[in-house]
Ligand binder design. Structure first.
Ligand code: MF3
Ligand code: CO
Length: 284
């Protein structure tokens, strides 16, 4: 398992190549986000992303991965992750998650966002809370990496932060959300999935010590109901066991000498991390 594999710590020049991949992913996801509206087929979103990646001279990383047939994962409603773009037509109020990966000169970037389709009038308030709390859980996890790096802590701070974020939202009166079980973030670099695993829940196993050169994808998945999942007959699409809606956000993050750098965020994570008292330190 990933837990036993060696971690590939990156040198600054390697992180710079990952930043190039990260920005391609950021551009592709921004183009997809702009194309999301009722009536669009998820296959059309896939074409938008594929064109951005191709035009940048990069390579989509999901296409052909263990036989995966598309550039994006598009997961709608009760689909958590790994939904395959196709003929499904987006409807007002759908919860859509879009996941994208790209490779530049052998180095990977991986990111995802969730969004509600159509005008705000068509959105369910609890679905909006699901999407927003999952987004904040991701940023809390990334901020915890920054603080944990400075404090000499371990990777387990991510799961503490993600689970804590979901619990605080419920304690503040929002409908309860479950951290999806069985799927985790991961190390990333010369492959999309590397050691170490990045847990989204609190665990007694604290993981490796945070240190410069560690690059990980932080990707919380939250559900409005069950934390358990099933895989559909297509062999890919992960759905919540009870059919409740789920959201997924992801960024690729590099740890440097002086702090974190969010490689798949256009601003490197500066705005969101400043709100959380964490400085972004490109290649620091
Ligand atoms: N981006 C997903 C992850 O973070 C992987 C997509 S699976 C694929 O783990 F097969 F579509 F590539
Ligand atoms: Co990932």
């Amino acid at each position: 398992m990933l837990g036993r594999e060696r971690i590939e710590y990156k040198r600054p020049e390697q992180v710079l190549l990952m930043r190039r991949a990260g920005l391609v992913v950021a551009d592709a996801l921004a183009a997809v986000r702009a194309a999301v509206r009722p009536g669009v087929r998820t296959a059309e979103l896939d074409e938008v992303a594929a064109e951005v990646i191709r035009a940048a001279g990069a390579v989509p990383s999901f296409l052909g991965y263990h036989g995966y047939p598309r550039t994006l994962c598009t997961s709608v409603g009760a689909e958590v992750v790994h939904g395959i773009p196709g003929e499904r037509v987006l409807e007002p109020g759908d919860v859509l998650s879009v996941d994208c990966g790209a490779v530049v000169e052998g180095w990977h970037g991986d990111a995802a966002f969730s969004v509600l389709v159509g005008d705000a009038g068509a959105h369910d308030a609890a679905d909006a809370a699901l999407v927003e709390t999952t987004r904040r859980a991701m940023w809390e996890g990334i901020a915890a990496l920054g603080r944990g790096l400075a404090a000499g802590d371990r990777l387990g701070v991510v799961g503490d932060a993600v689970e804590g974020c979901a619990q605080r939202a419920a304690a503040a009166g929002a409908p309860p959300l479950a951290v999806v079980e069985g799927y985790v973030g991961h190390g990333i670099g010369t492959a999309m999935h590397q050691a170490p695993e990045v847990l989204n829940h609190r665990s007694r196993s604290r993981g490796p010590k945070l240190r410069p050169g560690l690059c990980v994808a932080v990707e919380p998945m939250l559900s409005r109901g069950s934390a358990e999942t099933d895989v559909l007959e297509d062999g890919w699409t992960v759905v919540t066991a009870d059919g409740s809606r789920a959201a997924h956000w992801e960024h690729t993050v590099a740890l440097g000498e002086r702090g974190v750098w969010v490689l798949t965020a256009a601003d490197g994570g500066a705005a969101e991390l400043a709100e959380r008292g964490v400085q972004v330190a490109p290649l620091g």
